[in-house]
Design a protein around this ligand. Structure first.
Ligand code: NAP
Length: 245
């Protein structure tokens, strides 16, 4: 029984890993032995600093800039990772945006941007890595969803829709890829202390545990999804006791 997976000889890509939850996942994967590609959109300094820390600790890691909502950027990113670290064995679709809007202020542009960055990016990255995972008969894909896939959440209906659809994407791929040795699961956190939640200290009052979650707690749930061949199409929920689904 593998509790903490040994990811030696595996190559992992974490999208949106320059900070927050993605950065914590990148660290956890590196500590479990994987070579890690740290994707970011614009914060090169943060991604480079994380990679420097990982390299200093003896881990293989590279930073790779790409807007993962754009097909051409994703194709360039995957090819760069292949030629430097090797084909991607573990994909964590974490990049996301949260445009806080009330119903009356929500625009078509807010909706489109949210769906493109939070949902289409996961589709583009998954399509790009599945061929090499199939060839190896092994792959792991973890999609970072949210409690907002089911509950009201703190952002808005556009965000709810992007995350609920991400879980549909998870199950759709899981059903079709399990025979190839590829599992596809989701991790759905709520209210984690990152830039996305900055300035929203009032939210802690909603959480029975009495505090926001830590990015490292989300990373721990991601690791749980990696060591198990038999679990696929599932969502691991973590929310300090706010909801039970
Ligand atoms: P965050 O601190 O705002 O960080 C977002 C990350 O995504 C950054 O690394 C950013 O890169 C990257 N990113 C954004 N758009 C991108 C794009 N188009 N292409 C590539 N990278 C992009 O967010 P977080 O709180 O860590 O959230 C991470 C994920 O967890 C998101 O999917 C979010 O929806 C989900 N989530 C968060 C919470 C929470 O309470 N924090 C709860 C549930 C779910 P740059 O900085 O370089 O632009």
């Amino acid at each position: 029984m593998i509790i903490t997976p040994d990811l030696k000889d595996k190559v992992a890509l974490v999208t949106g890993a320059s900070r927050g939850i993605g950065a914590a996942i990148a660290v956890a994967l590196a500590e479990a032995g994987a070579a890690v590609a740290v994707n970011y959109r614009e914060r090169a300094d943060a991604a480079d600093a994380l990679v420097a820390d990982l390299n200093k600790a003896g881990h293989r890691a590279i930073a790779v800039a790409a807007d993962v909502s754009q097909a051409a950027s994703v194709a360039r990113m995957i090819e760069h990772i292949r030629s430097t670290l090797g084909p991607v064995d573990i994909l964590v679709n974490n990049a996301g945006i949260a445009i806080v809007r009330g119903v009356d202020d929500l625009t078509e542009d807010d909706f489109d941007r949210t769906i493109t960055v939070n949902l289409k990016s996961a589709f583009l990255c998954t399509q790009a890595v599945v061929p090499s995972m199939r060839a190896k008969k092994w792959g792991r894909i973890v999609n970072i969803s949210s409690g907002a896939a089911r509950g009201a959440g703190a952002i808005g209906p556009h965000y709810n829709a992007s995350k609920a659809a991400m879980e549909g994407l998870t199950r759709g791929y899981a059903a079709r890829l399990v025979k190839d040795g590829i599992t596809v699961n989701a991790v759905a956190p709520s209210l984690i202390a990152t830039d996305m939640m900055s300035g929203r200290t009032e939210l802690a009052a909603r959480i029975p545990l009495g505090r926001l979650g830590h990015p490292e707690e989300v990373a721990q749930a991601v690791l749980m999804a990696l060591g198990n061949d038999y679990m696929t199409g599932q969502t691991i929920v973590l929310n300090g006791g706010m909801a039970f689904v």
